[in-house]
Structure formats: structure tokens, C-alpha cells
Design a protein. Sequence first.
Length: 63
Amino acid sequence: MGSSEEEAAAAEEEIMRCPGCVQERRKARRGGRIPYVEFFFVAVTTLASSLPITCLFPFLYFM
């Protein structure tokens, strides 16, 4: 009997760590507000990934 309870607890813990379930809990906790922190991270990442080509572009003519 103990093993079935352990299996159920392990299955419940696995569901709690599911990425989709984690995201749904975040959305419920946020309460419909706009996720500015996540938008900021995306904006910084986009800016950082475009900087190398922006720095090389003026010198591309001489290459």
C-alpha cells in the first residue's frame, strides 16, 4: 500500500514541475497584468544579439 501512495506523490510532484503547469501558475498569480519583466528580458536579449553586426557594419565596405 505504501508504494502506491509514493507513486501518487511522485506523479503529483512531476506534474507540479511540468513547464506548462509552472507557466499556468505564473499567469494565474499575475492576475492578467502585463509581464513587463519578461518583456524587458526579451528586449535586452534582442538588443545584445544585434550589437555585433551593428558594430561590424560600418567596416564591411573595407573587408
